[in-house]
Design a binder for this molecule. Structure first.
Ligand code: NAD
Length: 440
């Protein structure tokens, strides 16, 4: 069975590489010729632990190739995975489906024999049925081209493990043949005992946005508690720990702080709320607007804490921003809370010096107005305030006394509850964290 993977970004490149390592012949397809050139040369265009080694291995095996040619893709593949982006539409909460539509429209005229097209991108419910009709209309093989949906749950930073051994697979299908093809395409994964849920197209589309909505809700829930803690002198860190002992609640995604960002959660909950409104069931998920609002307020509150520590105004003050990526172990800066906070402080007149272990190039491109350092200590040099914005392990390992020796003022805002307040205070730091009481 030969596979094509259309769209070779974070999701598609990972999927293509892992499927080739698992033994399939794979052709990766993208409209971005520079990206395809890099991948073909063995260079991963983004940071993902463990993936560069697998790219080399897959290329050496001869089973992985890349192209920008959709005709080649149509002729090559038995199963075509669609992994293109579905960002937020400019000026709207809706998902922008132009890339998905363009990919299917470009592939379809080259589908001359029986084939399965499998959507992996995150889309508003109802998209799959529309694309199935489009394929039937445009593909020379007509009814012999089927569409299935296989939503993707990988996490950047854990993308290889999540692809090789996901928590579950979801197959949205309209025929036994499509299910059988998907089972064959994922045979090496299923052989490890990974559970699979076979369902219809709309349910498969919904599983993804329902999962992301749940995760976003859990994060905003504890951050809402942080807001209440701030008004009462209670400690949200202790509150979260105490809640987590309840197995029905659990501690994962219950870490208070600066909140979620990235290329998925924020745009997915907005697109879901928007789609539900279109379907006349907006009220059912209206709470997602509040989840989004709580999340945005954490960014504003982090800026407030920095201002507070600077004595009420930041103009001309030096702020060390530790972190730029939306999460650790990634170079992805899409809707990154860290850069949002850094850019806001810059607009308020602060001199913001950013350091991130992996996302410096992306951050520089998106925010050339900010200053950049070569290490966390370099960023903290002469700083009036240090603010930790992405919880990289490298920042957890900082020696508080070493940073105190270079900082202008030993004041830190721990935007991710990543540090041990006692050891920072013992080294002379004024330590503040969202939802935690002030200790004089
Ligand atoms: P990305 O922006 O990194 O990659 C998208 C790729 O699609 C780019 O390389 C782009 O050049 C390519 N592309 C655009 N139009 C194309 C076309 N017409 N034909 C071929 N290629 C085209 O995005 P991503 O993070 O990989 O996300 C892709 C999809 O997967 C989105 O729907 C996202 O919500 C979903 N998803 C992402 C993750 C994640 O962790 N990144 C996890 C689960 C689901």
């Amino acid at each position: 069975m030969r596979l094509t993977v259309i769209g070779t970004g974070y999701l598609g490149a990972t999927h293509a590489i892992c499927m080739a390592v698992l033994g399939f012949e794979v052709l990766g397809v993208d409209v971005d010729a520079a990206k395809i050139g890099k991948l073909a040369a063995g260079e991963l265009p983004f940071f993902e632990p463990g993936l560069p080694e697998l790219l080399t291995k897959a290329l050496e095996s001869g089973r992985l190739r890349f192209t920008t040619d959709f005709r080649e893709a149509g002729e090559f593949g038995d199963v075509h995975f669609v992994c293109v982006g579905t960002p937020q539409r400019a000026g709207s909460d809706a998902a922008d489906l132009t890339y998905v539509d363009a990919a299917v429209t470009a592939l379809a005229p080259h589908l001359r024999r029986r084939a399965l097209v499998v959507g992996k991108s995150t889309v508003p419910v109802g998209t799959a049925a529309r694309l199935a009709a489009l394929l039937r209309e445009l593909a020379p093989a007509g009814e012999r081209v089927e569409l299935a949906w296989n939503p993707e749950f990988l996490r950047e930073g854990f993308a290889v493990d999540d692809t090789m051994r996901p928590d579950r697979l979801v197959f949205g299908v309209t025929s036994a043949w499509a299910e059988q093809r998907l089972r064959a395409a994922f045979e090496p994964v299923l052989a490890q005992g990974v559970p699979v849920k076979v369902t219809d197209l709309p349910t498969a589309e919904l599983v993804k946005v329902a999962a992301n909505s749940f995760l976003a809700t859990k994060i905003s829930y504890i951050n809402a508690m942080a807001e209440v803690c701030e008004a009462t002198g209670a400690d949200v860190h202790d509150l979260a720990e105490a809640l987590a002992y309840d197995e029905r609640i659990g501690g994962r995604f219950l870490r208070p702080g600066l909140g979620f960002g990235g290329g998925c959660l924020p745009k997915d909950i907005r697109a879901f709320a928007h789609r539900a409104e279109e379907l006349g069931v907006g009220q059912a998920v209206g709470f997602l607007r509040e989840i989004d609002g709580i999340n945005r307020r954490r960014r504003a509150r982090t800026v407030d804490l920095v201002v507070e520590l600077c004595g009420g105004q930041v103009a001309g003050r030096r702020v060390a921003a530790l972190g730029a990526a939306f999460k650790p172990d990634s170079d992805d800066i899409r809707d990154a809370p860290a850069l949002d906070v850094a850019a806001t402080l810059h607009r308020m007149g602060a001199v913001v010096v950013v350091y991130d272990p992996a996302a410096m190039d992306n951050a520089r491109r998106a925010h050339p107005e900010l200053a950049y350092a070569t290490s966390a200590l370099d960023a903290a040099r002469d700083a009036d305030v240090v603010v930790l914005l992405t919880e990289w392990n490298e920042f957890r390992d900082i020696e508080p006394s070493a940073m105190a020796a270079v900082a202008g003022q030993p004041r830190i805002v721990d935007g991710r509850h990543a540090l041990d307040p006692a050891s920072w205070r013992a080294a002379g730091w004024e330590y503040r964290a969202l939802g935690r009481p002030v200790v004089q």
